[in-house]
Write a protein that binds this ligand. Structure first.
Ligand SMILES: *Cc1c(COP(=O)(O)O)cnc(C)c1O
Length: 363
């Protein structure tokens, strides 16, 4: 067996120990004689898995007690509609910061339901920075203020200090591509959510963490399956939840707690990995990072050579060397290395070594 280093933006690498554990338990989950995939979601055995996953997430992220954790489907993209349907219930207004395609899609979807204002955008420079925010432009009576914390395609991320102070307006964040990468003070947000396929497990699971007082005010037209209250009241079991994805997410959380030692350590590890790559980009004559230094993501690192033919050659040769999915998003061009939690430091070292060799050979 040989495994590649997979730099995909998502679905992405999972920790090898998680995959091994899942393989060991595939045919017979802990003496039940079944795979988790085959189990009734109403069984005691499965209830222990979903309860364990929620308890672990609360422990690892230190989620305050007045927040609900919901295990949903429909991807992060369904939240673009669920958020306005459930939360745009007062003034019918909301503020959005446009930091890339995902924020823009959320803004466009939100605009179907009410008056959405783009309070800032970094579109002028291909979303290569997190724009400064001027609180005097914020809508005072907005029902919520929306940001995308880590911009997967463009490789930018809000630092703690860049998070807007929205006062009594609930701050909502898409944290799909940075959840569990570092500690996060959940109490600063009304709601955060993430598609699982970047840092939590397989595709098919979307995790919503929402303050309790924001639940229960959905518009009448809200489809039952899109109503947070329905899922909160039913322990994410109104219908069949994505059972296997939740199980893998539980194994990933066990890995973070027991093998990594929690989110402080996860952050250190991620900083160390990102530094290796950014330091090389800053010293290289051939490769340049595309993001302003103060806005750099620890998770997604886009870079270019400035020459499309050379970029294409790099993608082809790196792939042949077992460093796969380094092609950049079509709107940025060049390359992008997604170095999520599960990417080992050896993978980043191998990438930097390969880049050095490529640079020397193609001067
Ligand atoms: C991947 C991603 C999405 C889209 O997720 P789906 O689960 O495919 O809908 C949305 N936002 C961010 C930040 C992402 O990284």
């Amino acid at each position: 067996m040989s495994r590649v280093y997979n730099f995909s933006a998502g679905p992405s690498m999972l920790p090898e120990s998680v995959l091994r554990k899942a393989a060991d338990e595939m045919l017979d989950y802990q003496g039940s004689g079944q795979s988790v995939m085959e189990m009734s979601h109403r069984s005691k055995t499965y209830q222990a898995i979903i309860d364990g996953c929620e308890a672990l997430l609360r422990e690892v992220m230190q989620i305050p007690d007045n927040y609900k954790v919901l295990f949903l489907q429909g991807g992060a993209s369904s939240q673009f509609a669920m958020i306005p349907l459930n939360l745009m219930n007062g003034s019918g207004k909301a503020d959005y910061v446009i930091t890339g395609q995902w924020a823009k899609k959320a803004f466009q979807e939100g605009s179907r339901y009410g008056e959405c204002k783009a309070v800032a955008s970094s579109a002028d420079k291909t979303f290569s920075y997190i724009p400064a925010l001027d609180p005097s432009t914020f809508t005072k009576d907005a029902d919520y203020f929306y940001i995308c914390m880590n911009n997967t395609i463009y490789g930018t991320c809000y630092s703690e200090a860049q998070l807007p102070d929205t006062g009594s307006v609930p701050l909502i964040a898409d944290i799909s591509s940075c959840i569990l990468s570092a500690p996060l003070d959940v109490s600063k947000f009304g709601m955060v959510y993430a598609g699982a396929q970047k840092n939590m497990g397989p595709a098919g699971l979307t995790v919503v963490i929402i303050r309790e007082d924001l639940i229960g005010h959905a518009r009448d037209i809200t489809p039952t399956m899109f109503n947070y209250q329905i899922h909160a009241d039913n322990g994410s079991m109104y219908n069949t939840p994505p059972t296997y994805a939740i199980y893998i997410c539980k194994l990933v959380l066990e890995w973070i707690r027991d093998e990594i030692g929690g989110l402080e350590n996860m952050k250190k590890r991620n900083e160390e990995k990102a530094k290796l790559l950014y330091d090389f980009l800053d010293s290289s004559e051939m490769f340049q990072g595309t993001v302003e230094k103060g806005s750099r993501s620890l998770m997604n690192v886009p870079f270019v050579t400035g020459n499309e033919e050379l970029d294409a050659k790099f993608v082809k040769e790196s792939s042949a060397a077992g460093l796969i999915n380094l092609k950049g998003h079509r709107t940025v061009g060049g390359m992008r290395a997604s170095i999520y939690n599960a990417m080992p430091i050896e993978g980043v070292k191998a990438l930097v070594e390969f880049m050095k060799k490529f640079e020397a050979e193609n001067k």
